[in-house]
Design a protein around this ligand. Sequence first.
Ligand SMILES: Nc1ncnc2c1ncn2[C@@H]1O[C@H](COP(=O)(O)OP(=O)(O)OP(=O)(O)O)[C@@H](O)[C@H]1O
Ligand SMILES: [Mg+2]
Length: 305
Amino acid sequence: MISAQGLTRRFGDRAAVTDLSLSVPEGAVLGLLGPNGAGKTTTVRLLTCLLSPDAGSALVAGHDIATDPQAVRRSVGLLTESPGLYKRLSVWQNLLLFAQLHEVAKPEEKAQRYLSLMGLWDRRKDLAGTLSKGLAQRLALARALVHEPPALFLDEPTAGLDPEAAREVRILMEELRSEQRAVILCTHNLPEAERLCDRIVVLNTRSVSEGTPQELKLRMFGARTVVRLARPQPELAPALRDLPFVKEAESSDGELSVEMEKAETHNPELVRHLVEMGAEILHVLPQERTLEDVYLKLMEDEDAA
Ligand SMILES: Nc1ncnc2c1ncn2[C@@H]1O[C@H](COP(=O)(O)OP(=O)(O)OP(=O)(O)O)[C@@H](O)[C@H]1O
Ligand SMILES: [Mg+2]
């Protein structure tokens, strides 16, 4: 649904996006993560034809961004960092106007549906300029959805929303996925990305790492198992290191942390060896890593490079 090869864009002599390739099938959410100035918004603007690339190519909903920008713009829903609403029009007029511009069938019906969905029906007569930041964000989101586009670009959709509204937006995103839309989500909210995204691209003007959240965790941290012991047995860690499938083993207090090639196949073997070594095992658990751990480690490595 969305695919890009070698996208590159500079502003003067500063690189904003360099040689970026990505692809998002229908029904999938791709998360774009990265520090401020990493090129997330620039990527979205390139893929929605608000900006032209210096090099590279992309297809969005089957349309080439270079040769068919009109068709691309028709196929995308875009939530930008700043909502960009018509402040002197009402909430209702803002949405209806946009639905009509997109030549949506039954624009009133759709406008009502998405205003209600975003909890704005009661505010439909208010001027958009009088909405609070979060309410304006909800209207902008309704506007991104009202023409029910196959490809959606959401640049920090939950920024500025109260926790309840943010949760509703996350639920909505899960629905969008089940409706077979392709979504690109830029966010600084790492738990949100971990929960919503099928794949993640970590950007720092170029792609730093790419994969499912699970793949990124394994790549950065390996498969680790934590063995909680009934009492400290520091002699176990050195003995474990001699086992061929153990990459690393550390002990602290009553806990062993063991890195292996593959937890699924090596955990049973690990436990068997530990019991033979006289370990008094209380619990065996996978070591939980979050996407935040991955992100922070990637950025640490970037700084060191
Ligand atoms: N119109 C522009 N003119 C000049 N420089 C620009 C322009 N737009 C973006 N840039 C620069 O390109 C780089 C990437 O910006 P971009 O907005 O894509 O980052 P981002 O990842 O979205 O950051 P943030 O997390 O702060 O939203 C930055 O250095 C930015 O200053
Ligand atoms: Mg941005």
